[in-house]
Design a protein around this ligand. Structure first.
Ligand SMILES: Cc1ncc(COP(=O)(O)O)c(C=O)c1O
Length: 340
Protein backbone atom coordinates (compact mmCIF):
# COMPACT_ATOMS: atom_id res chain seq x y z
CA UNK A 1 0.00 0.00 0.00
CA UNK A 2 1.48 3.31 -0.97
CA UNK A 3 -0.63 5.08 1.54
CA UNK A 4 -2.58 3.76 4.50
CA UNK A 5 -6.16 2.78 3.66
CA UNK A 6 -8.97 4.79 5.22
CA UNK A 7 -10.08 1.82 7.32
CA UNK A 8 -13.10 3.52 8.86
CA UNK A 9 -14.62 4.42 5.50
CA UNK A 10 -14.24 1.25 3.47
CA UNK A 11 -17.22 0.12 1.47
CA UNK A 12 -18.08 -3.46 0.58
CA UNK A 13 -16.05 -3.46 -2.60
CA UNK A 14 -12.82 -4.82 -4.03
CA UNK A 15 -9.42 -3.43 -3.11
CA UNK A 16 -6.34 -5.21 -4.46
CA UNK A 17 -4.17 -7.01 -1.91
CA UNK A 18 -0.73 -8.58 -2.23
CA UNK A 19 -1.48 -12.24 -2.88
CA UNK A 20 -4.06 -14.88 -3.67
CA UNK A 21 -3.64 -18.63 -3.33
CA UNK A 22 -4.51 -21.26 -5.93
CA UNK A 23 -4.75 -25.00 -6.26
CA UNK A 24 -5.51 -27.03 -9.39
CA UNK A 25 -7.37 -30.32 -9.63
CA UNK A 26 -5.86 -32.32 -12.50
CA UNK A 27 -5.48 -36.01 -13.33
CA UNK A 28 -7.82 -36.93 -10.49
CA UNK A 29 -6.04 -35.08 -7.68
CA UNK A 30 -5.48 -31.69 -6.08
CA UNK A 31 -1.99 -30.30 -6.61
CA UNK A 32 0.28 -28.10 -4.50
CA UNK A 33 -0.91 -24.76 -3.13
CA UNK A 34 0.45 -21.91 -5.25
CA UNK A 35 0.86 -18.31 -4.19
CA UNK A 36 0.10 -15.72 -6.84
CA UNK A 37 0.30 -11.95 -7.05
CA UNK A 38 -1.62 -11.85 -10.32
CA UNK A 39 -5.22 -10.62 -10.24
CA UNK A 40 -6.24 -12.59 -13.32
CA UNK A 41 -6.71 -16.20 -14.37
CA UNK A 42 -5.87 -17.75 -17.70
CA UNK A 43 -8.98 -19.63 -18.71
CA UNK A 44 -9.85 -21.82 -21.70
CA UNK A 45 -12.51 -20.23 -23.90
CA UNK A 46 -14.62 -23.41 -23.61
CA UNK A 47 -14.26 -23.78 -19.82
CA UNK A 48 -17.40 -25.13 -18.14
CA UNK A 49 -17.34 -22.22 -15.68
CA UNK A 50 -17.92 -19.80 -18.53
CA UNK A 51 -20.53 -21.76 -20.45
CA UNK A 52 -22.51 -23.71 -17.91
CA UNK A 53 -21.83 -21.75 -14.73
CA UNK A 54 -19.80 -24.44 -13.01
CA UNK A 55 -18.68 -21.92 -10.43
CA UNK A 56 -19.13 -21.86 -6.66
CA UNK A 57 -17.85 -19.62 -3.92
CA UNK A 58 -17.84 -18.90 -0.22
CA UNK A 59 -17.64 -15.77 1.89
CA UNK A 60 -16.11 -15.46 5.34
CA UNK A 61 -14.23 -12.86 7.33
CA UNK A 62 -11.06 -12.33 9.35
CA UNK A 63 -11.04 -9.77 12.15
CA UNK A 64 -8.27 -8.01 14.03
CA UNK A 65 -9.05 -8.57 17.69
CA UNK A 66 -8.68 -6.42 20.74
CA UNK A 67 -5.49 -8.37 21.52
CA UNK A 68 -4.08 -7.70 18.03
CA UNK A 69 -4.60 -11.33 16.93
CA UNK A 70 -6.28 -12.19 13.64
CA UNK A 71 -9.33 -14.43 13.90
CA UNK A 72 -11.21 -16.15 11.07
CA UNK A 73 -14.85 -16.72 11.96
CA UNK A 74 -16.29 -20.23 11.47
CA UNK A 75 -13.80 -21.41 8.90
CA UNK A 76 -14.82 -25.04 9.19
CA UNK A 77 -18.51 -24.34 8.56
CA UNK A 78 -17.62 -22.54 5.34
CA UNK A 79 -15.38 -25.44 4.33
CA UNK A 80 -18.28 -27.82 4.86
CA UNK A 81 -20.75 -25.64 2.99
CA UNK A 82 -18.64 -25.32 -0.16
CA UNK A 83 -18.58 -29.13 -0.30
CA UNK A 84 -22.38 -29.07 -0.44
CA UNK A 85 -22.23 -26.44 -3.20
CA UNK A 86 -19.79 -28.64 -5.15
CA UNK A 87 -22.05 -31.66 -4.87
CA UNK A 88 -25.00 -29.58 -6.03
CA UNK A 89 -23.53 -28.78 -9.43
CA UNK A 90 -21.24 -31.78 -9.91
CA UNK A 91 -17.94 -30.07 -9.16
CA UNK A 92 -14.88 -31.52 -7.50
CA UNK A 93 -15.16 -31.36 -3.70
CA UNK A 94 -12.47 -29.44 -1.85
CA UNK A 95 -11.10 -31.32 1.16
CA UNK A 96 -11.72 -29.45 4.45
CA UNK A 97 -7.97 -29.58 5.25
CA UNK A 98 -7.04 -28.00 1.92
CA UNK A 99 -9.65 -25.28 2.36
CA UNK A 100 -8.43 -24.57 5.90
CA UNK A 101 -4.76 -24.45 4.95
CA UNK A 102 -5.42 -22.12 2.02
CA UNK A 103 -7.56 -19.73 4.08
CA UNK A 104 -4.90 -19.50 6.80
CA UNK A 105 -2.18 -19.01 4.22
CA UNK A 106 -3.90 -16.26 2.25
CA UNK A 107 -4.82 -14.35 5.41
CA UNK A 108 -1.28 -14.60 6.76
CA UNK A 109 0.21 -13.47 3.44
CA UNK A 110 -2.07 -10.43 3.41
CA UNK A 111 -1.94 -9.68 7.11
CA UNK A 112 -1.25 -6.00 6.55
CA UNK A 113 -4.69 -5.71 4.95
CA UNK A 114 -6.54 -6.95 8.03
CA UNK A 115 -8.15 -3.72 9.25
CA UNK A 116 -7.26 -2.49 12.74
CA UNK A 117 -9.36 -3.28 15.78
CA UNK A 118 -12.06 -0.66 16.29
CA UNK A 119 -12.29 0.39 12.62
CA UNK A 120 -15.50 -1.58 12.04
CA UNK A 121 -13.88 -3.11 8.95
CA UNK A 122 -12.66 -6.65 8.34
CA UNK A 123 -10.83 -8.77 5.78
CA UNK A 124 -13.34 -10.48 3.52
CA UNK A 125 -12.22 -13.91 2.30
CA UNK A 126 -13.61 -15.17 -0.98
CA UNK A 127 -12.88 -18.80 -1.88
CA UNK A 128 -13.84 -19.60 -5.48
CA UNK A 129 -13.90 -22.84 -7.44
CA UNK A 130 -14.35 -22.97 -11.21
CA UNK A 131 -14.58 -25.73 -13.80
CA UNK A 132 -11.68 -25.21 -16.21
CA UNK A 133 -11.87 -28.05 -18.77
CA UNK A 134 -12.87 -27.33 -22.32
CA UNK A 135 -16.33 -28.80 -22.88
CA UNK A 136 -19.10 -27.94 -25.28
CA UNK A 137 -21.35 -30.82 -24.30
CA UNK A 138 -23.26 -30.14 -21.09
CA UNK A 139 -21.02 -32.23 -18.87
CA UNK A 140 -19.07 -31.60 -15.68
CA UNK A 141 -15.49 -30.41 -16.02
CA UNK A 142 -12.66 -32.86 -15.38
CA UNK A 143 -10.31 -30.15 -14.11
CA UNK A 144 -10.86 -27.41 -11.55
CA UNK A 145 -9.18 -24.36 -10.13
CA UNK A 146 -9.76 -23.47 -6.50
CA UNK A 147 -8.51 -20.04 -5.51
CA UNK A 148 -8.93 -17.70 -2.56
CA UNK A 149 -8.75 -13.94 -2.76
CA UNK A 150 -9.09 -11.50 0.11
CA UNK A 151 -10.05 -7.85 0.27
CA UNK A 152 -10.63 -5.44 3.15
CA UNK A 153 -14.27 -4.39 3.49
CA UNK A 154 -16.51 -2.08 5.46
CA UNK A 155 -20.20 -2.66 6.18
CA UNK A 156 -22.41 -4.13 3.46
CA UNK A 157 -25.34 -1.88 4.28
CA UNK A 158 -24.00 1.65 4.41
CA UNK A 159 -26.52 2.59 7.08
CA UNK A 160 -24.59 0.38 9.55
CA UNK A 161 -26.51 -0.75 12.63
CA UNK A 162 -29.52 1.39 11.87
CA UNK A 163 -32.87 -0.01 10.78
CA UNK A 164 -33.57 0.14 7.06
CA UNK A 165 -36.55 -0.68 4.87
CA UNK A 166 -36.81 -3.74 2.67
CA UNK A 167 -39.44 -4.82 0.16
CA UNK A 168 -41.32 -7.82 -1.19
CA UNK A 169 -41.74 -8.28 -4.98
CA UNK A 170 -43.41 -11.51 -6.08
CA UNK A 171 -42.13 -11.38 -9.66
CA UNK A 172 -38.69 -12.44 -8.40
CA UNK A 173 -37.58 -15.78 -6.99
CA UNK A 174 -34.57 -16.50 -4.84
CA UNK A 175 -33.78 -19.53 -6.92
CA UNK A 176 -32.46 -19.54 -10.45
CA UNK A 177 -31.69 -23.11 -11.52
CA UNK A 178 -34.52 -24.93 -9.79
CA UNK A 179 -33.79 -25.61 -6.16
CA UNK A 180 -30.25 -24.32 -6.14
CA UNK A 181 -30.84 -21.24 -4.03
CA UNK A 182 -29.34 -23.03 -1.09
CA UNK A 183 -25.90 -23.22 -2.63
CA UNK A 184 -23.48 -20.42 -3.23
CA UNK A 185 -23.56 -20.77 -7.00
CA UNK A 186 -22.65 -17.82 -9.22
CA UNK A 187 -25.75 -18.21 -11.40
CA UNK A 188 -28.08 -17.78 -8.45
CA UNK A 189 -26.54 -14.43 -7.71
CA UNK A 190 -26.63 -13.27 -11.31
CA UNK A 191 -30.33 -14.17 -11.31
CA UNK A 192 -30.85 -11.97 -8.24
CA UNK A 193 -29.25 -8.87 -9.75
CA UNK A 194 -32.45 -7.56 -11.30
CA UNK A 195 -34.42 -7.84 -8.05
CA UNK A 196 -31.61 -6.20 -6.09
CA UNK A 197 -31.33 -3.29 -8.51
CA UNK A 198 -35.06 -2.76 -8.58
CA UNK A 199 -35.25 -2.74 -4.78
CA UNK A 200 -32.45 -0.16 -4.65
CA UNK A 201 -34.10 1.99 -7.31
CA UNK A 202 -37.27 2.00 -5.22
CA UNK A 203 -35.24 3.12 -2.20
CA UNK A 204 -34.98 -0.16 -0.28
CA UNK A 205 -31.80 -1.66 1.09
CA UNK A 206 -32.78 -5.20 0.04
CA UNK A 207 -35.51 -7.46 -1.26
CA UNK A 208 -37.23 -10.00 0.97
CA UNK A 209 -38.07 -13.08 -1.09
CA UNK A 210 -41.10 -15.23 -0.49
CA UNK A 211 -40.94 -18.97 -1.05
CA UNK A 212 -40.71 -19.59 -4.81
CA UNK A 213 -43.47 -22.21 -4.95
CA UNK A 214 -46.46 -20.67 -3.20
CA UNK A 215 -45.30 -17.13 -2.38
CA UNK A 216 -46.86 -17.62 1.03
CA UNK A 217 -43.90 -17.88 3.37
CA UNK A 218 -40.88 -15.72 4.08
CA UNK A 219 -37.66 -16.97 2.53
CA UNK A 220 -34.61 -14.71 2.84
CA UNK A 221 -33.26 -11.30 1.90
CA UNK A 222 -31.17 -10.71 -1.23
CA UNK A 223 -27.74 -11.19 0.32
CA UNK A 224 -28.70 -12.47 3.77
CA UNK A 225 -31.06 -14.64 5.82
CA UNK A 226 -33.97 -13.17 7.77
CA UNK A 227 -34.92 -13.48 11.40
CA UNK A 228 -37.56 -11.86 13.54
CA UNK A 229 -38.26 -11.57 17.23
CA UNK A 230 -41.79 -12.48 18.17
CA UNK A 231 -42.99 -12.51 21.78
CA UNK A 232 -39.43 -12.96 22.97
CA UNK A 233 -38.68 -15.85 20.55
CA UNK A 234 -36.15 -15.89 17.70
CA UNK A 235 -38.00 -17.05 14.59
CA UNK A 236 -36.35 -17.74 11.24
CA UNK A 237 -37.62 -19.35 8.02
CA UNK A 238 -37.10 -23.05 7.41
CA UNK A 239 -36.86 -23.26 3.64
CA UNK A 240 -35.27 -25.45 0.99
CA UNK A 241 -34.50 -22.52 -1.26
CA UNK A 242 -32.41 -20.35 1.05
CA UNK A 243 -28.72 -20.46 1.83
CA UNK A 244 -28.06 -22.07 5.22
CA UNK A 245 -26.47 -18.97 6.70
CA UNK A 246 -23.61 -19.57 9.09
CA UNK A 247 -24.30 -16.21 10.75
CA UNK A 248 -27.92 -17.22 11.30
CA UNK A 249 -26.79 -20.53 12.77
CA UNK A 250 -24.43 -18.63 15.11
CA UNK A 251 -27.10 -16.12 16.15
CA UNK A 252 -29.49 -18.97 16.94
CA UNK A 253 -26.85 -20.44 19.26
CA UNK A 254 -26.23 -17.06 20.90
CA UNK A 255 -29.99 -16.58 21.35
CA UNK A 256 -30.20 -19.94 23.08
CA UNK A 257 -27.23 -19.00 25.26
CA UNK A 258 -29.26 -15.96 26.35
CA UNK A 259 -32.23 -18.20 27.18
CA UNK A 260 -34.17 -17.14 24.08
CA UNK A 261 -36.25 -19.83 22.42
CA UNK A 262 -35.47 -20.45 18.73
CA UNK A 263 -38.02 -21.56 16.14
CA UNK A 264 -36.97 -22.58 12.62
CA UNK A 265 -40.18 -23.01 10.74
CA UNK A 266 -42.35 -21.72 7.91
CA UNK A 267 -43.25 -18.11 8.58
CA UNK A 268 -46.40 -16.99 6.73
CA UNK A 269 -46.14 -13.48 5.33
CA UNK A 270 -49.06 -12.27 7.47
CA UNK A 271 -47.10 -13.14 10.59
CA UNK A 272 -45.07 -9.99 9.96
CA UNK A 273 -48.00 -8.16 11.59
CA UNK A 274 -47.15 -9.77 14.91
CA UNK A 275 -43.37 -9.40 15.19
CA UNK A 276 -41.52 -6.89 17.34
CA UNK A 277 -38.06 -6.95 15.69
CA UNK A 278 -36.54 -8.11 12.40
CA UNK A 279 -33.10 -8.23 10.84
CA UNK A 280 -31.16 -9.43 7.81
CA UNK A 281 -28.23 -11.60 8.88
CA UNK A 282 -25.11 -12.80 7.13
CA UNK A 283 -21.33 -12.51 6.99
CA UNK A 284 -21.62 -9.16 5.25
CA UNK A 285 -24.86 -7.94 6.85
CA UNK A 286 -23.93 -9.21 10.38
CA UNK A 287 -27.40 -8.50 11.84
CA UNK A 288 -28.82 -5.48 10.05
CA UNK A 289 -32.03 -4.33 11.71
CA UNK A 290 -35.13 -3.76 9.61
CA UNK A 291 -37.50 -0.84 10.19
CA UNK A 292 -40.27 -1.50 7.68
CA UNK A 293 -41.16 -4.17 5.15
CA UNK A 294 -43.19 -2.95 2.20
CA UNK A 295 -45.15 -5.35 0.03
CA UNK A 296 -44.81 -3.70 -3.38
CA UNK A 297 -47.48 -5.88 -4.98
CA UNK A 298 -50.27 -5.25 -2.45
CA UNK A 299 -49.17 -1.90 -1.07
CA UNK A 300 -49.22 -3.26 2.50
CA UNK A 301 -46.59 -1.90 4.89
CA UNK A 302 -45.37 -3.84 7.90
CA UNK A 303 -43.90 -1.44 10.42
CA UNK A 304 -41.40 -3.31 12.58
CA UNK A 305 -39.54 -0.50 14.32
CA UNK A 306 -41.88 2.30 15.34
CA UNK A 307 -39.21 4.57 16.79
CA UNK A 308 -36.58 3.90 14.09
CA UNK A 309 -34.23 2.18 16.54
CA UNK A 310 -32.99 -1.41 16.55
CA UNK A 311 -34.82 -3.65 19.00
CA UNK A 312 -33.21 -4.84 22.26
CA UNK A 313 -32.80 -8.51 21.33
CA UNK A 314 -31.34 -7.77 17.88
CA UNK A 315 -28.95 -5.34 19.56
CA UNK A 316 -27.92 -7.86 22.20
CA UNK A 317 -27.30 -10.58 19.59
CA UNK A 318 -25.37 -8.22 17.32
CA UNK A 319 -23.15 -7.08 20.20
CA UNK A 320 -22.49 -10.63 21.33
CA UNK A 321 -21.57 -11.84 17.85
CA UNK A 322 -19.23 -8.90 17.27
CA UNK A 323 -17.63 -9.36 20.70
CA UNK A 324 -16.77 -12.98 19.90
CA UNK A 325 -15.46 -12.11 16.43
CA UNK A 326 -13.27 -9.35 17.87
CA UNK A 327 -11.93 -11.41 20.75
CA UNK A 328 -13.60 -9.19 23.34
CA UNK A 329 -15.55 -12.07 24.75
CA UNK A 330 -14.58 -15.66 25.37
CA UNK A 331 -15.11 -17.84 22.31
CA UNK A 332 -16.98 -20.54 24.22
CA UNK A 333 -18.18 -22.35 21.10
CA UNK A 334 -14.75 -22.43 19.46
CA UNK A 335 -15.85 -20.49 16.41
CA UNK A 336 -12.64 -18.60 15.74
CA UNK A 337 -9.47 -19.83 14.06
CA UNK A 338 -6.49 -17.72 15.08
CA UNK A 339 -4.05 -17.10 12.23
CA UNK A 340 -0.49 -17.09 13.50
C1 LIG B 1 -28.19 -15.42 -0.43
C2 LIG B 1 -27.50 -15.37 0.87
N1 LIG B 1 -28.18 -15.74 1.96
C3 LIG B 1 -27.60 -15.72 3.18
C4 LIG B 1 -26.27 -15.34 3.34
C5 LIG B 1 -25.66 -15.34 4.69
O1 LIG B 1 -24.85 -16.47 4.86
P1 LIG B 1 -23.62 -16.43 5.85
O2 LIG B 1 -24.16 -16.05 7.19
O3 LIG B 1 -23.08 -17.80 5.84
O4 LIG B 1 -22.69 -15.40 5.34
C6 LIG B 1 -25.54 -14.97 2.23
C7 LIG B 1 -24.14 -14.57 2.38
O5 LIG B 1 -23.39 -14.49 1.47
C8 LIG B 1 -26.15 -14.99 0.97
O6 LIG B 1 -25.48 -14.63 -0.13
Amino acid sequence: MEKELDWGNLSFGYIPTDYNVRCYYRDGKWGEIEVSSSETVDLHIAATALHYGQEIFEGLKAFRGKDGKVRVFRLEENAKRIIESAKGIKMQEIPVELFTEMVKKVVKLNERFVPPYGSGASLYIRPLEIGTSAQVGVKPSKEYLFLILVTPVGPYFKEGFKPTNICIMREFDRVAPKGTGRWKVGGNYAASLEAGEKAHELGYSAVLYLDPKEKKYLDECGPANFFAIKDGKYITPASESILPSITNMSLQQLAQDLGIEVERRHIPLEELETIQEAAACGTAAVASPIAEIHDIDTGKKYIVSKDGNPGPITTALYNKLRAIQLGEEEDIHNWNTIVE
